[in-house]
Design a protein around this ligand. Structure first.
Ligand code: 6PG
Length: 246
């Protein structure tokens, strides 16, 4: 596993560096295997990256018909809900790039029951990657954000999903949010060929120092569990987020 920190001056440069990394991974995957599989991150940070990928020069650099989009996590809301990670991606990259429906694998939250949504998503992933019973998918790229409590995807501190070692995708009860979230598990994240954290802004400076340079406390700071076994880990940070790093 290789780990690399890339620090940008500001959010605009961060998105450009992240887009360039995304494109280079995509082009290599398509060249080698004829397709590129990516699990998108939710939240607000990646919005600018998605808009950049869908516009101008980056758009022209990838054959988007060979890109297959998944989601690292989801809120258990309908796809048109303003809290939906799918909706944010749909508005900022999927629709602008006119991605075909058959290239989009979202959590089918209309099923309603969170456990059943997670089982359905796991089935979709197993089918797409043609997995045997105990196999995990190898995404070409998994994009992640980090919360100011150290969570990533919907793997929140002291929640059950942190210990999941067999399932690919689970429902995760998050008491502090009083809700069930939907998330890929750490074995899935750590099976990826490339994992990219995108972290921007002063509000993340404290947690980033704790996660990267504090004591190893993965229940407290779940992002510390991200270590792709046979893959590359990229931390794309802007200066404000990285300001507390030694
Ligand atoms: C979500 C995300 C979550 C997000 C972090 C950071 O569903 O909210 O997957 O893990 O990446 O909470 O969110 P921001 O980018 O909004 O700070």
């Amino acid at each position: 596993m290789t780990s690399e920190k890339i620090i940008a001056k500001n959010t605009g440069e961060l998105n450009k560096l992240a887009a360039a990394k995304f494109i280079s991974i995509a082009r290599e995957a398509i060249k080698k295997r004829g397709k590129f599989t990516v699990a998108l991150a939710g939240g607000s940070t990646p919005k600018g990256l998605y808009q950049l990928l869908a516009a101008g020069k980056f758009r022209a650099l990838v054959d988007w018909t060979k890109v297959y989009f998944f989601f690292g996590d989801e809120r258990n809301v309908l796809p048109d809900d303003d809290k939906s990670n799918f909706r944010m991606a749909n508005e900022n990259i999927l629709q602008p790039l006119e991605i075909r429906a058959e290239n989009i694998f979202r959590w089918q939250t209309e099923i309603g029951n969170a456990e059943k949504v997670a089982e359905d998503y796991e089935r979709k992933i197993k089918e797409f990657f043609n997995l045997d019973e105990n196999q995990f998918p190898r995404f070409d790229l998994i994009l992640l954000g980090i919360g100011d409590d150290g969570h990533t995807a919907s793997l929140f501190p002291h929640t059950e999903a942190l210990r999941e070692s067999e399932k690919i995708a689970v429902a995760n009860s998050v008491e502090k949010l009083n809700t069930n979230r939907l998330t890929l598990t750490f074995p899935t994240i750590n099976g990826a060929a490339n994992v990219m954290f995108l972290v921007s802004g002063e509000s993340k400076a404290g947690v980033l120092r704790d996660v990267l340079q504090g004591e190893f406390a993965p229940d407290e700071f779940p992002s510390q569990n991200v270590n792709p076994k046979n893959g590359n880990l990229f931390w794309l940070l802007d200066e404000k987020a990285a300001q507390n790093l030694a």
